[in-house]
Ligand binder design. Structure first.
Ligand SMILES: Cc1cc2nc3c(=O)[nH]c(=O)nc-3n(C[C@H](O)[C@H](O)[C@H](O)COP(=O)(O)OP(=O)(O)OC[C@H]3O[C@@H](n4cnc5c(N)ncnc54)[C@H](O)[C@@H]3O)c2cc1C
Length: 396
């Protein structure tokens, strides 16, 4: 099995498959070191020990119940409880609060390296589609965990469609946004009232801390917030900048953010530690129309490189939403895939079919919740303008 990409999802999948007999894993990673230090949170339902707890822990419980059959939920929980203790303990720790992303990546890498069992070889290499095609033997499985700019997503086409019609990435642009992160030296928690009142003087460019995105680890709170922009405004801001750049070049945006921060300081009498980190990114919701190459497998197309080898997308390669805890989604996806691969009775075709159905169901869930969050954000932006608000909502 070839796992391309040792980000959180590639590592999780490798750690789940490592104990299986008769599988050798090659894990390819292009980065020399794990440097992404942003704080991320994992969904506590990843370590639910019963169906009841799983249900209680789901923030989108109604959607999950509407989309998944009760037996699917039961199977998911059963797999979670079968995860080896060393791995389970790590996941448990990450569901308790925020952790730096690189700590998750390093801990998983060490766990894989230190285990006595299984056959995993890690290779430092930036793989191309051609390099992977050369490396695979017939019937090897290729799992693409290369993240949102997936290496193989566009190679999974629908036969019979032209390359334009057959684009495998379905992309929905939600908004452009500044993602502003800072550390604050006091305990600061945020809810909807706080978001409203601290923005009361911001007619435009409201600064909205993301849901549950403030976390205090005792002395310091980690705050991440979004400021919506138009695409034209976003085009004038670099992908990454700091508070100084923003104040000098986009003072009207910086003022809104500073007004919000001043109110936080006024209440809790603290200070920002270090500088603000500002990312300017499009917030897109996307999915792979085909998350596997089941439609191309065993087709005798001389131009198709993987007709003898199943290719599967996992994690951000398959689905992404800016408002979702995507690592948790990716971990769920890795768990489901590992449960299929470890199922002795399933044929390759059955594994691919079931995985496609699962990814489509996850997509429905992510789509519904992301649209709801975006709608709530739009309502919040207009909450003081009654007429504009009525334009935005539809009542039946
Ligand atoms: C600002 C920000 C905040 C976020 N906060 C959260 C959060 O709080 N909670 C959460 O759950 N998620 C969060 N996310 C999303 C989360 O970081 C991603 O969902 C997650 O990293 C996806 O994991 P992945 O393993 O699928 O992909 P990635 O993390 O992108 O990993 C892909 C790996 O593949 C490697 N790779 C890529 N191409 C190749 C190649 N050709 N050859 C070899 N290796 C390759 C890369 O180097 C990388 O290591 C956030 C994202 C951003 C931008």
């Amino acid at each position: 099995m070839h796992v391309i990409g040792a980000g959180p999802v590639g590592l999780m999948l490798t750690a789940l498959l490592q104990p299986l007999e008769d599988i050798s894993l090659l894990l390819y990673e292009k980065r020399d070191d794990y440097t992404r230090s942003r704080m991320v949170q994992l969904d506590p339902s990843l370590v639910a020990e019963s169906v009841e707890t799983f249900r209680e822990l789901q923030t989108d419980q109604d959607d999950v119940e509407a989309i998944f059959h009760p037996l699917e939920i039961e199977d998911g929980v059963a797999f979670r409880t079968s995860i080896p203790d060393d791995l389970r303990l790590l996941i448990q720790q990450w569901t308790l609060g925020f952790s730096p992303l690189n700590e998750i990546e390093r801990s998983l890498s060490s766990l894989i390296a230190e285990r006595q069992e299984g056959s995993v070889e890690r290779l430092a290499a930036e793989m191309s589609e051609q390099a992977i095609a050369l490396a695979v033997e017939p019937d090897d499985i290729v799992i693409d965990c290369t993240g949102r700019n997936s290496l193989l997503r566009e190679s999974l086409t629908t036969p019979g469609l032209s390359s334009d019609e057959g684009q495998n990435t379905v992309n929905l642009e939600l908004e452009y946004s500044l993602v502003i992160t800072f550390l604050y030296d006091q305990n600061y928690a945020c809810n909807e009232l706080c978001k409203y009142y601290k923005n009361s003087d911001n007619r435009t460019y409201k600064f909205i801390p993301s849901v549950a995105r403030t976390f205090s680890d005792g002395d310091v709170s980690h705050v991440t917030g979004l400021v919506s922009l138009t695409s034209e405004e976003a085009a004038t801001i670099p992908n990454e900048c700091d508070g100084e750049w923003l104040r000098a070049n986009r003072p009207e945006v910086a003022k809104s953010m500073d007004r919000f921060i001043d109110r936080v300081k006024g209440e809790t009498h603290g200070e920002i530690v270090g500088d603000l980190q500002v990312l300017c990114i499009p917030l897109n919701l996307y999915r792979a129309r085909n998350a596997t190459n089941r439609l191309n497998l065993n087709e005798h197309d001389p131009d198709y490189r993987f007709s003898r080898s199943p290719v599967i997308l996992a994690g951000d390669s398959a689905i992404g939403s800016p408002y979702f805890q995507s690592i948790s989604l990716g971990f769920e996806c890795a768990m489901y895939l590992a449960s299929l691969i470890s199922h002795p009775a399933l044929t390759v075709d059955e594994v691919l079919d079931r995985y496609e159905t699962y990814i489509f169901k996850q997509w429905l869930r992510v789509y519904m919740r992301s649209k709801k969050i975006k709608h709530d954000k739009d309502v919040f932006e207009l909450v003081d303008d009654k007429l504009a608000l009525l334009e935005l909502i539809h009542l039946y």
